[in-house]
Design a protein. Structure first.
Length: 345
């Protein structure tokens, strides 16, 4: 039986677009943007740890249900180091730090500060995953770091609590980056649904010390705050983290991280419409600098770009190569391939 080899893009030709990965990344960005607004609302009634635990419990319930329905079972042994690391850092510590930070700064500013995370992802990806660090990416990161500094300066004028909020969001950015880089190798040994489900369960276990606070807060919280907490678990966690893993398995961590720079603009719009708040003008300038830096780092040359890790590194994330991660030379998915068309909850 003759198999048709998977085409590889030629030099000077753009790589093949993976529209399912694009849709997954877009879903993640929109839902994560809404999470900043929902956290701001639910955080008025729930303490940071209680909100993180309630969100993770809701997400684990939904993810576990879909995992049982699909009968996917446990991922491969090689996936567990990444699952444990991403579960503790990204699902656990990140959510507590972000919830706390959002109680100190507005939703748009929180999103802008947290979104220095993609810069850290690119650095860690180059160092630990061998994804390359081209010159344009370095220049773009410098501009974006300057934007993050401007955001911090803007918030420092509001007192120590605002400085604390920026620092907490920076901590969230660091553990977010570490979690993503830890998760990327795990996706070679399990599906997006498996990696997300067990990462969420580990994050839930790490937040169990907040059980007492969750029970106490839930007894006094208004229904709207509790519904926002459940929303965070079902959509920005269960659905968005799975679509993220689906897209991440099909591109590099650095390129995937760059897509989240659409989040601050969406958060500012949602916060203005739903919460009647916008970031300080100087914070907006800082956010624009972050976006300008990403524009520089994502610019690509049309000649000589293959879209592979280790090339120019400037191919947009949504333009996945024709042979994505988890697909063998024959063009069929191997055991480490992520969930296919029905892989999203």
């Amino acid at each position: 039986m003759t198999t048709t080899p998977t085409p590889v893009p030629d030099a000077g030709h753009p790589p093949v677009r993976d529209w399912r990965a694009l849709a997954a990344a877009g879903t993640t960005v929109v839902l994560w943007a809404s999470a900043f607004v929902a956290i701001r609302s639910a955080g008025e009634a729930y303490s940071p740890g209680a909100l993180a635990l309630g969100r993770l419990l809701s997400g684990s319930l939904v993810l576990g249900t879909f995992l049982l329905i699909r009968r996917e079972g446990l991922p491969g042994r090689g996936a567990w180091p990444g699952i444990v690391a991403s579960g503790l850092l990204w699902f656990g510590l990140y959510m507590v730090a972000l919830n706390w930070g959002e109680q100190e700064v507005d939703a748009g500013t929180a999103a802008m500060v947290v979104n220095i995370g993609p810069i850290l992802i690119a650095l860690l990806g180059a160092r630990l995953l061998g994804e390359g660090l081209p010159r344009r990416l370095v220049v773009g990161m410098a501009v974006s770091f300057a934007g993050a500094a401007v955001v911090g300066l803007a918030m420092s004028g509001h007192g120590s609590s605002s400085v604390l909020g920026v620092l907490l969001c920076l901590l969230a950015a660091v553990v977010y980056a570490a979690g993503v880089v830890s998760q990327k190798p795990a996706l070679r040994h399990g599906s997006a649904l498996q990696i997300t489900t067990f990462g969420c369960l580990i994050g839930t276990a790490a937040c169990l010390p907040f059980t007492g606070a969750l029970i106490a807060d839930a007894a006094d919280a208004p229904l709207s705050a509790t519904l926002n907490m459940v929303y965070l678990g079902v959509f920005p966690t269960a659905l968005a983290f799975t679509t993220w893993a689906y897209a991440l398995a099909r591109t590099t961590a650095g390129r995937m991280g760059a897509t989240t720079y659409a989040v601050p603009a969406l958060v500012v719009l949602m916060a203005w419409v739903l919460l009647d708040e916008v970031p300080a003008p100087l914070a907006v300038v800082g956010g624009m600098l972050c976006l300008a830096g990403v524009a520089v780092s994502r610019a690509r040359r049309r000649t000589g770009s293959t879209g592979r890790s280790g090339s120019t590194g400037a191919v947009p994330v949504v333009e996945a190569v024709a042979q994505p991660s988890g697909v063998g030379e024959s063009g069929t998915a191997d055991a480490g391939a992520p969930v296919g068309e029905r892989g999203r909850p």
